[in-house]
Design a binder for this molecule. Structure first.
Ligand SMILES: C[S@@+](CC[C@H](N)C(=O)[O-])C[C@H]1O[C@@H](n2cnc3c(N)ncnc32)[C@H](O)[C@@H]1O
Ligand SMILES: [Zn+2]
Ligand SMILES: [Zn+2]
Ligand SMILES: [Zn+2]
Length: 688
């Protein structure tokens, strides 16, 4: 198979763009605008707008899946308040950070880097996880869309040669050949007396009185009420709400002694006929033949050492282990494994720049092409929609599993071509002509920010950030243990993990096991996420959170320019422990609070913050490094934290943080003080 699918492309084209000349350090600032002003209410409005569909507003930051991304508009607002020249400080004015160095020690999705480079800054980003690092490398480099299109079109052509024959079916109306769009599978489960198959629902597609359903007795697929049952199927077909067997009354359980991929049985083929359009049908002989053929082909595939795919122990990976899933290979059907293997073959011959973005695209496509995908297409409003793997920010295990056709020719969700269009073509165009939304009297208007470009030139060391404009340095490292030259950073703008909110590094193993095959030399894929990452939800980890974060703030303290250097980040949390650990981490690194602002943070319905009683704001904390012996600014002693309102809550917590940083209280009293504030007894720390 090896030699057949090599992609031949011309070398990447060098872009020559008419860029505005760097402004250099012409206007040196004294004090920083954000110390005393921030347009809270407009930033809040824009963040509310963007939060629902962030990827549509800033497509170039969204090549690969990453978690807990913040609104780009909020970060643009923050960065604009660092601009010395008032004429360039307006949100819709281009640039303003030329000659400045901006650093994000926990860059995640890379929001800070993208926003700052657009404004002409040189930027540095670090993350302990390799995925943010390779993603930033890929998205901060400028690509010619025509070149990416040429590469992708050859790639897809060769991928289709292998996969399209395996996704052929026949139209139930005319019997002619048709393309499979996706397959639906039912889940095998057992009670004490037998095995049954489960689906989310017998309803496959609402269709105005002619609903498409699957028959529980014979598994026949039919529309309307006109169904003649054929021979009863061997196993009963039940809907997910049935928890106990009606015969033996024992609970149904997963068949954990079988490989995960064999716990699913194909029930429905959804295809498209050139003459009759989309159809739903039971798998016929042609479909069964292709499934068997894929199994035969996949059995001889080799993906490297078994240990590379082992599911590790971890707060989220534990959900896989508890279901008897020990290898990531098991989360894919034979056809999906063939898809991945062919992709691996094809990318191995590409020049490094193209291999990088295409590998990220393939990796992110696995979120739509695994047996963990569910079906949400029964609604008439969104036919065919794939429920992707991390739609709930965790592993979830479908009853009706959906096997997508990644090379389907229609523009449907989760195909590689659709992802390419959204995340590379649209993103590439946007990067050369970024657009912002202007709100005025409930009207939305798209405003091109002429002169800004979302991308720049790769730098290889810190020193080269001191010259030129729009250079970027990205490193994979633990920022609590990182050497940055003294005083070279103007501003640190970041977004740390919010204590125990999302377990990114554990969840992202799902992609890492594949990316290490796709891009073996680009990162350290072996890192242990639990060893040095800022605490991600292990119950015992609350002091570790403050310790690792404290180390990261110390790195920032050393790196920041002592005169106007600022550390600015967003934060929210309902737990006093989170605020206490945050205060201690900043205290250890000798930061003082200069100011705090509050803006809308996330879509309130998002599962990410559901458990936090829909806390819907972030506080933006502005801090400055202090020197030993210096008296930090005082903040009034807070008497209580208002917890009935999300805005006030964040505001009060921000002010209280200022007080604790200046108070000089011991660690124990700081913890007790926060606890007392949250409990409404503002004097507790003084009396204890
Ligand atoms: C909330 S995310 C950042 C989100 C990002 N600002 C965005 O908008 O997408 C926090 C990041 O911190 C990273 N991180 C955790 N511990 C780290 C450490 N010790 N050193 C560097 N990065 C770390 C995580 O991998 C994660 O990507
Ligand atoms: Zn037909
Ligand atoms: Zn039973
Ligand atoms: Zn029937």
């Amino acid at each position: 198979m090896q030699a057949k699918y090599k992609v031949k492309v011309s070398p990447p084209v060098q872009l020559s763009l008419d860029l505005p000349a760097p402004a250099g350090n012409a206007t040196e600032m004294s004090g920083v605008p954000i110390d005393c002003s921030f347009p809270e209410s407009y930033a809040d409005e824009l963040a509310r707008l963007e939060a629902f569909n962030k990827h549509l507003y800033r497509p170039n930051t969204y090549l690969h899946k990453w978690w807990a991304r913040r609104s780009g508009t909020t970060f643009r607002h923050i960065l604009k308040q660092l601009v010395a020249d008032p004429a360039k400080r307006g949100f819709y004015e281009p640039g303003g950070l030329e000659g400045k160095v901006i650093f994000d020690p926990m860059m995640g999705g890379g929001t800070t880097l993208h926003e700052a480079i657009r404004m002409g800054a040189n930027v540095a980003g670090v993350d302990i996880d390799p995925i943010p690092v390779v993603q930033a490398c890929a998205t901060l480099q400028l690509h010619l869309v025509s070149h990416s299109k040429a590469v992708f079109s050859q790639f897809l052509h060769q991928l289709r040669e292998v996969l399209t024959p395996l996704f052929q079916t026949t139209c139930p109306d005319c019997g002619l050949g048709a393309e499979v769009q996706f397959l639906l599978y039912g889940l095998r489960r057992r009670c004490s007396c037998r095995e049954a198959l489960f689906v989310d629902s017998y309803l496959l597609r609402e269709n105005r009185g002619d609903d498409v359903k699957i028959c529980a007795g014979c598994y026949g697929v039919y529309a309307g009420s006109n169904h003649q049952c054929s021979a009863a199927a061997e196993r009963p077909l039940l809907e997910r709400r049935v928890r106990h067997c009606p015969d033996c009354d024992s609970p149904f359980q997963d068949v954990v002694d079988q490989p995960f991929s064999e716990r699913y049985v194909p029930l429905v083929v959804v295809g498209v006929c050139a003459r009759h359009g989309q159809f739903f049908k039971s798998p016929g002989p042609v479909d069964c033949h292709h499934i068997d053929e894929a199994r035969r082909l996949a059995s001889s595939l080799h993906f490297g050492g078994a240990e590379d795919f082992q599911v590790p122990g971890g707060p989220k990976s534990g959900d896989l282990l508890r279901r008897g899933i020990r290898t990531f290979l098991d989360l894919f059907s034979p056809r999906q494994l063939l898809y991945i293997h062919t992709c691996l073959d094809l990318v191995s011959d590409l020049p490094p720049d193209d291999r990088l973005w295409l590998s990220l695209l393939i990796s992110t496509s696995l979120e739509f092409n695994a047996l963990l995908c569910g079906y949400k297409g029964s609604s008439i409003r969104r036919p065919g929609a794939v429920r992707h793997v991390f739609s709930h920010h965790a592993y979830s295990f479908p009853y009706t599993a959906l096997e997508n056709n990644p090379v389907f020719s229609g523009s449907t969700s989760g195909t590689l071509a659709r992802l390419f269009e959204d995340r590379v073509v649209r993103a590439g165009r946007w990067a050369l002509k970024p657009v912002e939304t202007r709100l005025s009297r409930d009207r939305k208007q798209q405003v091109g920010i002429g002169g800004e470009i979302d991308g720049g030139q790769l730098a290889h060391d810190w020193e080269s950030l001191l010259d030129g404009t729009r250079r970027f340095l990205v490193l994979q490292a633990d920022s609590s243990n990182l050497t940055v030259p003294h005083g070279i950073i103007d501003f640190v703008v970041t977004d740390p993990p919010y204590y125990d909110n999302v377990q990114y590094s554990d969840l992202s193993t799902f992609f890492r096991v594949w990316l290490r095959q796709l891009l073996p030399d680009l990162a350290d894929w072996n890192y242990n996420p639990l060893a040095s990452a800022v605490s991600e939800g292990d119950a015992s980890g609350n002091t570790k959170y403050g310790e690792v974060l404290g180390g990261i703030w110390r790195t920032c303290h050393i790196a920041l320019r002592p005169d106007h250097g600022r550390l600015i980040f967003t934060f929210h949390h309902w737990k006093h422990e989170a605020w206490a650990e945050l205060s201690l981490s900043l205290q250890r690194a000798r930061f003082a609070l200069v100011n705090r602002y509050v803006v809308f943070s996330e879509n309130p319905t998002s599962v990410h913050i559901k458990g936090l009683k829909a806390l819907e704001h972030d506080v933006i904390l502005v801090l400055r490094p202090t020197q030993a012996g210096e008296t930090p600014p005082t903040w009034p002693k807070p008497s209580r934290i208002e917890s009935s309102d999300s805005y006030r809550f964040c505001h009060d917590c921000g002010s209280a943080l200022g007080y604790f940083l200046a108070s000089g209280l011991s660690e124990q009293l700081t913890r007790q003080g926060w606890q007392a504030l949250f409990l409404g007894d503002g004097n507790a720390e003084a009396s204890s």
